[in-house]
Design a protein around this ligand. Structure first.
Ligand code: SF4
Length: 381
């Protein structure tokens, strides 16, 4: 089983952010930790103190919590769950709250994988995004992570940013690979989430967003460049050196069970999906009322099949035709042969006798391909 903990605090809201997060108020920390302890105790009892294969503390900005709070959080997890030695233990950090003492304290707590939200190495872009740090702070945080002993470092970046042409994206990737040398990179396309200041600026026409063609070139050139530099493009947005793919996220894509704790966290265990209330206040109210399963849904076989197709096609491993056949009771090609032929002719998929995978060109339009493939599915007998 995988364990995710959501820390809902940030220094301030970034201009593009649609995650469940709120500015950190010191008086919220104690209630948050108490809520987490109650939720962990409940699921520890319900699941007979399960052993976890990975731990991922995300947010929000977990590194913003003071050391005493992080210590309590981790000891809560150790008290209620089996966390075997050597499991992947990730924590998300932002460069402005990732100095050497903090990172050293995280290592002491057993964190062995750091995911640092860099997003851009251009200070003007960082300011436009409302990020609470500079590029120099990001570079300093990478050095501090190495000094603290992190040997598994992941950096988050965003491409398709205002004013960023494909050449600038490639130049930045070159700097990242040659100077920061992360083991893992997550590169997300900018998403303009409705209701965010950045989306409003785009609606008002005041953002110099790249064209679709430029976006496509950024993705394809970036993928090719990183592959040439030894990073496996193992999921649409993720690249890793050999042996450093994120085991936690791979678990999600493989459809493994996961327990999520904290506001907005999602769990899926034995085909039952549970979603926590999104805000700190609503989550704490449900914990106070001992409502640990307020929003649950049983995933029926058709939903599970759709999720398997959607998640597996995001990865370089692709969809196993045998696994599909055993889940669906029919071959994947049934009803889809003509569509698969066209996708192949356009170099969007690779189809062997065992697997179906998207090519890099296919990953670029993955949402369209996956939804067309799913729409072509036959109704369940
Ligand atoms: S740091 Fe991340 S979670 Fe926090 S406001 Fe910015 S984008 Fe959102």
């Amino acid at each position: 089983m995988l364990l995710y903990v959501h820390v809902p605090f940030c220094r301030a809201k970034c201009a593009y952010c649609a995650f469940a997060s709120q500015p950190l108020d010191a008086s919220d920390i104690e209630p948050y930790l108490e809520g987490l302890a109650a939720e962990a105790a409940h699921f520890s009892r319900a699941l007979f103190r399960p052993a976890m294969d990975t731990v991922f503390i995300g947010g929000g900005t977990p590194s913003l919590l003071p050391d005493w709070a992080l210590e309590r959080l981790v000891s809560t997890l150790r008290r209620h769950f089996e966390l075997p030695k050597g499991i992947e233990f990730t924590l998300e950090a932002n460069p402005d709250s990732a100095d050497l003492p903090k990172l050293g304290a995280l290592r002491e707590l057993g964190v062995n994988r750091l995911s640092l939200g860099v997003q851009s190495l251009n200070d003007r872009t960082l300011a436009l995004l409302g990020r609470p740090h500079t590029a120099a702070q990001a570079v300093a945080a990478v050095s501090a992570a190495r000094l603290a002993g992190f040997k598994n470092l992941s950096l988050d970046f965003i491409w398709g940013l205002p004013g960023m042409r494909p050449a600038a994206w490639l130049k930045q990737l070159k700097t990242v690979v040659e100077e920061l040398k992360p083991e893992h990179l997550s590169c997300y396309n900018l998403t303009l989430e409705p209701g965010t200041p950045l989306a409003a600026a785009a609606d008002a026409g005041s953002l110099p967003l790249p064209s679709d063609d430029e976006d496509a070139r950024s993705f394809l050139y970036g993928s090719r460049f990183l592959s040439e530099r030894g990073y496996l493009h193992y999921e649409i947005s993720n690249f890793a050196r050999m042996g450093f793919a994120c085991r936690h996220n791979q678990g999600y894509w493989q459809g493994r069970d996961y327990l999520g704790l904290g506001p907005s966290a999602v769990s899926t265990i034995d085909h039952i999906r549970r979603e926590n209330p999104k805000t700190l206040t609503s989550w704490l109210s449900s914990i106070d009322a001992s409502r640990f399963d307020s929003h649950t849904e049983t995933l029926d076989p058709a939903t599970r099949l759709r999720e398997y197709v959607m998640l597996s096609l995001r990865t370089s491993r692709g969809l196993s035709l045998a696994a599909y056949r055993s889940l669906a009771g029919r071959p994947f090609t049934t009803g889809r042969a003509a569509m698969l032929k066209v996708l192949r002719e356009h170099n969007l998929i690779r189809l062997t006798k065992d697997t179906l995978r998207l090519t890099a060109d296919g990953m670029l339009v993955s949402n369209t391909i996956i939804s067309r493939l799913l729409d072509a599915d036959l109704p369940q007998d």
